[in-house]
Design a binder for this molecule. Sequence first.
Ligand code: NAG
Ligand code: NAG
Length: 422
Amino acid sequence: MKNRFLLALIFLVVAVLISQSTAANIRSGDFDFYKLYNDPEAHISLKGRRTTSDRMAAHGYPAEHHHIVTEDGYIVGVFRIPYSHKLQNQNEYRPIVLIQHGLTSCSDAWVLNGPDDGLPYLLADAGYDVWLGNARGNTYSRNHTSLSTEHPYFWRFSWHEIGHYDIAAMIDYALKTNGQGQKAIHYVGHSQGTTVFFTLMSTRPEYNEKIKTAHMYAPIAIMTNLENAFVRAVAPYLGQRNAYSLLFSCQEFIPNNDFLLALLFNFCEPDQMLRPSCEKVMENIYAKDRKNKTALPEGLATHPGGCSTNQMIHYLQEQQSGHFRQYDHGTAKNLEIYGSETPPDYPVEEITSKVYLWYGLNDNLAAVEDVLALADRLPNREVRLIEDPLWDHIDFAMNMEARKYLNDPVIEIMQEFENDNN
Ligand SMILES: *[C@@H]1O[C@H](CO)[C@@H](O)[C@H](O)[C@H]1NC(C)=O
Ligand SMILES: *[C@@H]1O[C@H](CO)[C@@H](O)[C@H](O)[C@H]1NC(C)=O
């Protein structure tokens, strides 16, 4: 029974990968994913279990690993580059920036592109105190003051709680630990890292005062026009209150462990049935040499980072309802928790902090219409369309020109803020 469930989940993940890459149907010709996969380095890194701070330290950066306790008892693992070894600026003013990963991802996603292009490194070298968050339930945040991860109650959370508790705790902890009397931070989030920002800033509006500038990469809140084929296929089942969604809820979804990854590798071996799908996924992701192939082995070794199934269900509910609103527990429980039959919408009109929405034309999860509909409701925002027309959801993390289109311009906006306010 357990094995069959596992297999079903693996198929689901592969399906997600396939659907995420359907936008680009270009064949890349000579790219051989399996040659890459037979690279012994990739397998060694699986066993080595290097953390984000190990990766940053390997490039010479000072790196720290912090454990932050949230108001509701979760302990999240957060990494930090406190200063740049190149600048030796440990005794100078270093503005705080917090960067937050997407769904089933983790802090490693930000460092895959290395010190010449990766956002945390660029920020550190620009003089910032850089914090990399990890949402409850992922590789670095499977920890709680009283609940074991074996206990189903541990997994009873969605991205609502990640925003409302985890991000709030990270902001307060970073402000305190930095020790320079700073009152506010800069924030960068990708995908779910944007959803949790909107959630926190709309439900606890006092946190807006703690934000200098906020950068939303592929903002996800309204999901009406989303084109992702897989999401569209499963949303009618799992995005409604029914037996399927109840069975699927409150569980750990695809943790990062060697056994699961080994299974996935085997499925992609030459004679296995999933080989054609694996090939298609990789060809699509790496079509036209747009993404960083060198970063792939590390990406595979660190992903998926794990999450609760409720995070997925909550997104599917949004897709079905067309609302950006709290988790739907069904009429009876909604009445008890929210005092209404349907969950309340997030009052994004209350988000007074300065928000930049960075979006692409080829993103099948953050559709242009949905980003602009959200922009209409945000009182203090600017929209920034990435100039490359092929820009998709994964480009925000792995595009070869992410520095030019995204990271450098974002740092420039932060610098302007700092120059104007110091
Ligand atoms: C869990 O949190 C405690 C307390 O902060 C910490 O000492 C420990 O290393 C954490 N364990 C894991 C597996 O992260
Ligand atoms: C691609 O990733 C590799 C490995 O981290 C890194 O050394 C390289 O600088 C990256 N290139 C770009 C353009 O991101």
